[in-house]
Design a protein around this ligand. Structure first.
Ligand SMILES: Cc1cc2nc3c(=O)[nH]c(=O)nc-3n(C[C@H](O)[C@H](O)[C@H](O)COP(=O)(O)OP(=O)(O)OC[C@H]3O[C@@H](n4cnc5c(N)ncnc54)[C@H](O)[C@@H]3O)c2cc1C
Length: 404
């Protein structure tokens, strides 16, 4: 199918992944049209502060916005619209305002949305994914507020710590038996629970919320063991769902996000990689040969940047049509997953994929768990991840070991 030469590259999803892909296209020398179609009205902003420092002050867009760069000043931003459909043959995307956007290449950057409890809507229920979520939550975090956080992953624990620092009464309810146990393992998870409890956070582990009390507003949550906890706010931090429904009519492999190859080209269910369709950020399920060839989604802050750069560079060489494309695709792509988390005085930093470690492959490498420490995560003999509780500088040499 031929596309008018003047059709732009269309990037769907106007957050960090979309922005980084646009910047990378320009950096790689592509000078043609770029249009970004995004649901949010805000210019791209940084999400990590939304559950941390920004949440404890006044939350504003200026506090979290990414700086605008001259190279992308001519990008056409279409904000406040959602893609509802894509046609990979006709090379179009349709949005919920009825517009049809032709493209010569498509970048998918639609990320995730907060998963919600299947319970009736009631003021006091709060997700935390967007700036608007954080603004709404901040307004409810008064020092007399009773907060129940459902979910004990990074997000749940960060919100709990921030709310507690603001003086709120905080209970974490979670189906897990330890907080943040899946990504960090039991050794570190137990220590995180201890530190939260020392600051006055209560845990109800192995439990979930079954029922909400309140007429005009939440007054209490009922747990599945019958316990009733009085609450002004229920923060639902129970994970995320991929924003991939708009691609349902395409042949793309939409299992757990959107499958991509190591060049970040979207892959169909028959295994075919599309030279004109790319996937970046949280929604991309791609192989990282630093570990193995299994495609995985990685929800860390550096991934939209690394995959955006990779997709932009490969796509620019395809658009250049100068014979460089095969080389660009063949370049190795082994981004180092890295994430951090701040909870009370704890500054946690991680490299690699600790969740790949064997069950008995988690070892204290340095320091004391109850203070500053470095914990290693091994698959067989191989270090696949490292987590620092403090000790940021001492962590760096392990990063090189993981990279191999
Ligand atoms: C509160 C919070 C705290 C975090 N803290 C950390 C941290 O401390 N450390 C760390 O490593 N990572 C952290 N992360 C993860 C990190 O922020 C994400 O990995 C990153 O934001 C993902 O960027 P993305 O562009 O891929 O996706 P998203 O940020 O999800 O952006 C996707 C964009 O696409 C839009 N969109 C969705 N569907 C459509 C559609 N159909 N049409 C048009 N637009 C659409 C969405 O509205 C959104 O703007 C945190 C995330 C959150 C939410």
């Amino acid at each position: 199918m031929s596309t008018p030469a003047e059709a732009p590259v269309v990037i769907v999803g106007g957050a960090m992944g979309g922005l980084r892909a646009a910047e990378a296209l320009r950096r790689a020398g592509y000078t043609g049209g770029v249009k970004v179609v995004g649901q949010e009205l805000h210019a791209p902003y940084n999400r990590p502060p939304l559950s941390k420092d920004v949440l404890s002050t006044v939350v504003t867009h200026e506090a979290v916005a990414f700086p605008e760069r001259a190279a992308t000043a001519d990008v056409d931003w279409v904000r406040g619209v959602s893609a509802t459909d894509a046609d990979l043959e006709a090379r179009t995307v349709t949005t919920d305002d009825g517009e049809v956007h032709p493209w010569k290449a498509l970048v998918i950057a639609t990320g995730l949305r907060a998963r919600r409890l299947a319970l009736p809507e009631l003021p006091g229920r709060q997700a935390i994914r967007t700036l608007d979520d954080a603004i709404a939550l901040r307004a409810q975090l008064t020092d007399v507020a009773r907060i129940v956080v459902l979910g004990s992953g990074f997000l749940g624990c960060e919100v709990a710590a921030t709310a507690r620092k603001l003086g709120c009464d905080v209970t974490i309810v979670s189906p897990s038996d330890l907080p943040i146990v899946r990504p960090l393992g039991r050794l570190v998870a137990g220590e995180i629970q201890r530190r939260h409890e020392a600051k006055g956070v209560r845990f109800r582990l192995g439990r979930t919320v079954e029922h909400l009390d309140g007429e005009d507003r939440l007054t209490a949550v009922a747990l599945d063991d019958g316990e009733r906890i009085e609450a002004d706010v229920l923060v639902e931090a129970i994970g995320s769902d991929c924003n991939s429904e708009w691609l349902a009519g395409t042949p793309l492999d939409l299992t757990d996000g959107i499958r991509a190859d190591a060049a970040m080209r979207a892959v169909s269910t028959d295994g075919m990689a599309h030279d004109d369709v790319y996937v970046v950020g949280d929604i991309a399920r791609f192989p990282n040969l630093m570990f193995d060839d299994v495609p995985r989604r990685v929800e860390h802050w550096n991934i939209p940047t690394d995959t955006g750069k990779r997709a932009g560079a490969v796509l620019a060489s395809w658009l250049a049509n100068d014979g460089s494309f095969a080389d660009a695709v063949a370049q190795p792509f082994t981004p180092m997953p890295s994430f951090w988390s701040n909870q009370f005085e704890l500054a946690l930093q991680a490299y690699g994929l600790p969740s790949l470690a064997d069950e008995d492959g988690i070892r204290l490498l340095d320091g004391e768990l109850s203070g500053d420490a470095i914990v290693g995560y091994y698959r067989g003999d191989r270090l696949v991840g490292v987590v620092g509780l403090g000790m940021k500088a001492a962590l760096l040499p392990y990063r090189a070991t993981i990279a191999g």
